[in-house]
Write a protein of this length. Structure first.
Lengths: 154, 441
């Protein structure tokens, strides 16, 4: 992944999470992954197009997702209902949008697709031909992994 | 109006006539449900047979040998060779066999079913398209449509050609490359005697543990030399010889790294590089530079490429899997004294210090990327990968060399570390003491 893209995503994730959550936010070590990866339980996906092609995936366990949604709504949510899903979707949108805005300032033009959310057990995500940058974020509710797979259009 | 249409008709018939002249006949057959064909001039006969005599220790796609009226020919199963699903044939039923006549020998190939002989015009053969998945494109002579069926014409000379025989298609189960995976313990050390042998393997192990350095045929020449030197330096005592820590391993490897690692190339390096650059005779030059570190290497190379290929559009994909090094590469800041003359004109003063200007920056795309992951780009003209292979495990080394073969255009240039060597029939050495280069043949 192009070096210039890395920081905007890391910063946006950190800033947004810090702003909307009451939890501590800690950034983990970044790394690259190819091949199939398991998804923890709730995955919000935002597609990217423009100078690049790819997608950003926000991956967390069901409990973490519920805790985040509860925190953001200021009320305890018991199950992954429409409100909880909409909240996670919105979080994904906020982070990606902020990253894309930063990238725009650097001269890279991206378009976003509306986020989609997937929930379920034993899910996997496979990108053939694109390796993903994993940005792990440690919250007191658990771990959120931001999985960015973009590549230059050749 | 009438005149017009009659002229058109004449043209159309003329065209049709050209298309109808049959000057190429081919035998068509099917493999895994798809249609293939071979030039009929290569086919001696068609036959049905079974019960081939098994030959021990042969490659998996060699079914055995067969007695064809007194001539012993080998039988190849094309489905296994191309990793296609082979249909199991009941024990006693006959298999379809095409007997090929190549330059100086005959060969039998097994296929699913043999169809018929089709005559076409050779002008209607179209070149193979890179999207064909099942069979390596090198083995395809072309594609042709006939009677609403699409036939892939196989180039049997290339597939079974003498010098490259089988070497290009590793058998599916066998993941053992021709080099690199030999167990280091199986080798006899240069120093005689039991303890010497043990020290030799210990050091190999230690280098792997501390620095992920894999001793293989790629760097064996250097390693043997360094080991002899090390033994001389440390005396012959095992406890002295062994590498106990990372710093010991670093010391052992100190002479390994290529010239100008982690800094700009000096003038001798730059001239040596320029000297071995081939003339591509086109106006685009693409370079892949895996393991570029801080970026000194691609910047240095870019300046030389600008000079050598004036006016050409140059593109360098530089990548490294070390996040810290690569993050600094796009905005590398340096001192005036450290820059070689050739690069000076591409520098510009910025608030943080001396940097490269946009002309040079636009040529290089820095990516945080692991070369062992899929490399999603087409063929390149030059690959620069100094001191990269040695720090991969033996399997990955073989995989990456294969990747280099696939990604480098024929006639392209591969640069590896000063103390690295590739022993492959497909790369011809053209380096010198400052640079190790190979031309892809």
């Amino acid at each position: 992944m192009r070096v210039e893209y890395i920081n905007p995503f890391v910063e946006a994730a950190f800033n947004v999470l810090k702003e909307v959550l009451t939890s501590e936010v800690k950034r983990g070590e970044l790394y690259l992954k190819s091949s199939t990866q398991p998804v923890m339980g709730v995955a919000a996906l935002v597609g990217l197009a423009g100078n690049v092609e790819g997608r950003v995936l926000f991956d967390m366990s069901m409990d973490t997702a519920l805790a985040i949604a509860s925190d953001m709504n200021g009320e305890k949510l018991e199950k992954m209902d429409d409100l909880a899903k909409a909240t996670i979707t919105e979080l994904a949108n906020m982070i990606t949008a902020q990253a894309v805005t930063k990238l725009h300032e650097l001269g890279f033009t991206f378009d976003l697709t509306p986020p989609a959310i997937f929930t379920g057990e034993n899910m996997e995500v496979t990108d053939s031909e694109v390796e993903a940058l994993i940005v792990p974020m440690e919250l007191s509710y658990g771990k959120v992994e931001i999985n960015v797979a973009v590549r230059e259009r050749v | 109006m009438d005149k017009m249409s009659s002229v058109n008709e004449v043209i159309n018939t003329a065209e049709k006539e050209v298309k109808n002249i049959v000057d190429f006949k081919m035998v068509t057959f099917s493999l895994a449900g798809k249609d293939y064909s071979v030039d009929i001039m290569k086919v001696k006969e068609i036959s049905n047979a079974n019960k081939f005599t098994f030959v021990p220790n042969s490659l998996p796609f060699v079914k055995g040998v067969y007695n064809l009226r007194g001539d012993i020919i080998s039988i190849i199963d094309l489905r296994i060779m191309f990793n296609l699903p082979a249909t199991e044939v009941a024990d006693k039923s006959l298999e379809n066999l095409i007997i090929l006549r190549l330059d100086d020998y005959q060969l039998g190939v097994l296929v699913d079913s043999i169809d018929k002989v089709v005559g076409i015009n050779s002008a209607s053969i179209q070149p193979p398209h890179p999207i064909f998945g099942d069979i390596n494109i090198k083995f395809i002579q072309g594609v042709v449509e006939h009677d609403e069926r699409l036939y892939v014409i196989l180039d049997v000379e290339k597939i079974f050609g003498q010098d490259e025989e089988f070497e290009m298609i590793p058998p599916p189960q066998e993941n053992v490359p021709a080099f690199g995976t030999k167990s280091p313990f199986g080798r006899t050390a240069p120093t005689a005697g039991e303890s010497g042998n043990l020290d030799y393997s210990f050091i190999i192990e230690n280098l792997k543990t501390f620095k992920k350095f894999t001793v293989s045929d790629i760097n064996r020449e250097w390693f043997d030399r360094r080991f002899a030197e090390w033994t001389k330096l440390k005396g012959n005592k095992t406890e002295e010889l062994q590498l106990k820590s990372e710093s010991d391993a670093e010391l052992f490897l100190s002479g390994f790294f290529s010239l100008a690692t982690g800094r700009f190339w000096d003038d001798t390096m730059l001239t040596s590089f320029e000297k071995i650059l081939p003339d591509f005779g086109k106006n685009t030059v693409s370079v892949w530079n895996p393991g570029c570190g801080n970026g000194y290497e691609p910047y240095s190379a870019a300046a030389v490429l600008f000079k050598k290929y004036t006016g050409a559009s140059i593109k360098i994909w530089a990548s490294d899997n070390d996040l810290l090094s690569i993050s600094n590469a796009p905005n590398l800041v340096f001192k005036r004294e450290s820059v070689p003359e050739i690069l000076v004109k591409y520098t510009t003063e910025s608030t943080t210090g001396l940097q490269f200007n946009q002309i040079l920056k636009d040529v290089i795309l820095f990516e945080y990327h692991d070369a062992m992951h899929p490399n999603p780009f087409m063929e390149v003209d030059i690959i620069i990968a100094r001191d990269l292979l040695s720090f991969l495990n033996a399997n990955d080394q073989a995989r990456l060399v294969k990747e280099f073969e696939d990604k480098l255009r024929p006639g392209g240039l591969l640069i590896i570390g000063n103390n690295e060597r590739i022993d492959s029939g497909r790369f011809k050495y053209i380096g010198n003491q400052y640079i190790t280069g190979y031309i892809h043949e």
